[in-house]
Design a protein around this ligand. Structure first.
Ligand code: COI
Length: 356
């Protein structure tokens, strides 16, 4: 088949920063690889795709995104796969979600094949930045923002799409303490909770800080109407083991359709674990921890992968979950996911996209 995608212009760094970077001691999201992918949208069309040295952007103080937050992003990872390989995990799912986010935020979707091409080219170019070891990955952050120099409230005509990459290791170093948020909300029906736009995260910062000041890593968000149903945990989807059933809130328009969430549900069901997506009430989780019916809880997301929860704070009381045994279902699910991503077991779903 003839490849009709536009060739990407590549301008390489003169000197890599890699040798001066300590890939063993990484704090999430502080270090970036040598290159980034950049493509502008102007005059109703995507322009020449480019890979260039990672660096600062110059922009007018009137740039639309700075005022009205017309911006969306994704989070995905590349892993070492097999002996010398590098692979992306489910990039098509992230690309499809970014298309949905673009539609909701009145932005032009990035052509999906060009997006994937850009991802592969960038990862191939900077794959030496992928940290060694079981927890090493390249966290990939595609994002798009409104680039018009204009402060009227309307959708921008111009956009910039960028992909940058950050070598990472674990996100959380310890099991989480989370707090049921019974006052503030992350999302509401008809809002933007199910897409990945910057404003969702900005709105969560203050309630998260209130929780952090009280000694919790994250909030456990509840629905905006009644604070009766559990929705997400911080920036992750959330799962509970309730009466031996892996249970997660169903996607109802306010919850982000996590790709890690979907992968866990798929693997759990294939391996004979009963898994349910349904409304999960605050009450059943609080009572379930007290009477032993809720035996585990964890957050799931690209950055954190599977993050066990050890304490759920509710109206000033700390409800403790039992420590997870090494052979617990939660750890088992984490290992299964990791083995697919790293090519240790066969990929039965076409989730792994090899870069080289
Ligand atoms: C991810 O897991 O990719 C997220 O979206 C979390 C991120 C905001 C750090």
């Amino acid at each position: 088949m003839i490849n009709t995608l536009p060739a990407i212009d590549v301008r390489r760094v003169q000197k890599s920063r890699l040798a001066a970077t300590d890939l063993h001691n990484l704090k999430f999201g502080h270090v970036f690889t040598d290159h980034m992918f950049v493509m502008d949208y102007a005059d109703g069309a995507w322009q020449q795709p480019q890979i260039m040295p990672y660096g600062d952007l110059e922009m007018s103080p009137a740039t639309l995104v700075l005022h009205y937050a017309q911006t969306i992003f994704e989070g995905m990872k590349a892993y070492r796969n097999g002996k010398d390989g590098v692979a992306l995990f489910r990039p098509q799912a992230n690309i499809a979600r970014m298309t949905r986010s673009a539609q909701r935020m009145c932005m032009p979707p990035v052509p999906e094949d060009l997006f994937l091409d850009g991802l592969k080219a960038l990862v191939a170019l900077d794959s030496a930045w992928l940290p060694d070891g079981k927890d090493g990955a390249l966290y990939i952050r595609p994002f798009m923002y409104a680039s018009d120099e204009y402060i009227g409230v309307k959708a921008s005509m111009g956009y910039r799409f960028i992909i940058l990459m950050s070598p990472v290791r674990g996100y959380y170093q310890e099991p989480l303490r989370v707090r049921l948020e019974m006052k503030y909300s992350r999302a509401f029906p008809g809002g933007t909770g199910e897409v990945k736009c910057g404003g969702n995260y900005a709105g969560g910062l203050y309630p998260s800080k209130v929780g952090q000041d009280a000694g919790y890593h994250q909030n456990l968000w509840t629905d905006a109407m009644e604070h009766k149903y559990i929705e997400e945990s911080g920036t992750m989807n959330v799962f509970f083991m309730i009466d031996g059933v892996l249970t997660t809130p169903s996607l109802d328009g306010t919850i982000l359709a996590g790709i890690t969430r979907d992968s866990i549900l798929t693997l759990a069901r294939e391996h004979g674990l009963k898994a349910e997506e349904r409304k999960v009430t605050v009450e059943e989780v609080v009572h379930g921890i007290r009477n032993g019916r809720v035996t585990a809880a964890f957050g799931a997301g690209t950055a954190a992968t599977i993050a066990p929860i050890k304490v759920i704070g509710f109206n000033g009381e700390d409800l403790e979950l039992p420590a997870l045994e090494a052979d617990s279902e939660v750890h088992h699910l984490g290992r299964m996911l990791d083995e697919v991503r790293r090519g240790v077991v066969a990929d039965m779903h076409g989730w792994v996209v090899k870069v080289h």
